[in-house]
Design a protein around this ligand. Structure first.
Ligand SMILES: C[S@@+](CC[C@H](N)C(=O)[O-])C[C@H]1O[C@@H](n2cnc3c(N)ncnc32)[C@H](O)[C@@H]1O
Length: 224
């Protein structure tokens, strides 16, 4: 895990910066809207809706994706490492009218989740993987979110083969920036099948402007 990034999110300045991120500029509001639409589309595959299903949203940040799970009928645990962001999520959900509150808020690290195997029918994990510096930790993280998912798992990662990453790598020759912390789709597929999941769908946040990829996985021997 990158400690600098982690401490930034766990500080009140970092948390309030992230809480305002998708509101500051109209382009960010559009990005947020698009991302929520994409997530709703992916989750359409969740058969029979998710009425009363237990879901985990980790990391929840300030809780911007909770409404997508709520609209599906799921009861969600919002979890994150950052205390200030968990507080921000609580405030955000209280402010939203008729929002239907989450089941609870849990402080947890994604690398060792305090939940039993298959605790949730749906696990959502957005925009964390690319913050994890070491490749083996990214893999451990993916295994951990798979472990707690009883049926569905949606997560994002920064894709090695994205146009954004290829361009970044090419530019690195001149600007000396670090490489992005990525995974490749083949690797995600291998991890999935080893853990008993199949890849149902995947989608770019934006094919040209973002290297983030959403994947939807389903456990092959789930009860659902
Ligand atoms: C880019 S934000 C994404 C939040 C949310 N999923 C969203 O899309 O708005 C990254 C989040 O990861 C959290 N985080 C960073 N390291 C973590 C860890 N090891 N375990 C759990 N949460 C972590 C941060 O506190 C922050 O809320």
């Amino acid at each position: 895990m990158d400690h600098e990034i982690l401490s930034r999110y766990n500080s009140s300045e970092g948390a309030s910066d992230y809480t305002g991120k998708f509101e500051r500029h109209w382009t960010e509001r559009v990005n947020n809207w698009n991302e929520q639409r994409l997530l709703k589309r992916l989750l359409r595959s969740v058969n029979g809706g998710a009425r009363n299903a237990r879901a985990l949203d980790l990391p929840c940040g300030y809780g911007r994706l909770h409404s997508v799970l709520r609209d599906l009928g799921a009861s969600t645990i919002e979890a994150d490492w950052s205390f200030p962001l968990l507080e921000a999520a609580r405030r955000f959900h209280t402010r939203e009218q008729n929002s239907g509150s989450p089941l609870g808020y849990v402080r947890a690290t994604a690398l060792t989740l305090p939940f039993k195997d298959r605790s949730f029918r749906i696990v959502l994990s957005v925009r964390l993987c690319h913050h994890i510096r070491e490749h083996q930790e990214r893999v451990a993280y993916v295994r951990e979110i798979m472990r707690v998912s009883g049926e569905w798992l949606v997560f994002t990662y920064f894709d090695t083969d994205s146009i954004k990453n290829r361009t970044h790598e090419w530019r690195r020759r001149y600007n000396g920036k670090r490489s992005k912390w990525t995974l490749a789709l083949d690797e995600v597929k291998k991890l999935s099948s080893t853990a008993g999941f199949e890849l149902v769908d995947s989608a770019w946040v934006s094919k040209f402007f973002s290297g983030h990829r959403y994947v939807l996985l389903r456990r092959l021997n789930s009860a659902g």
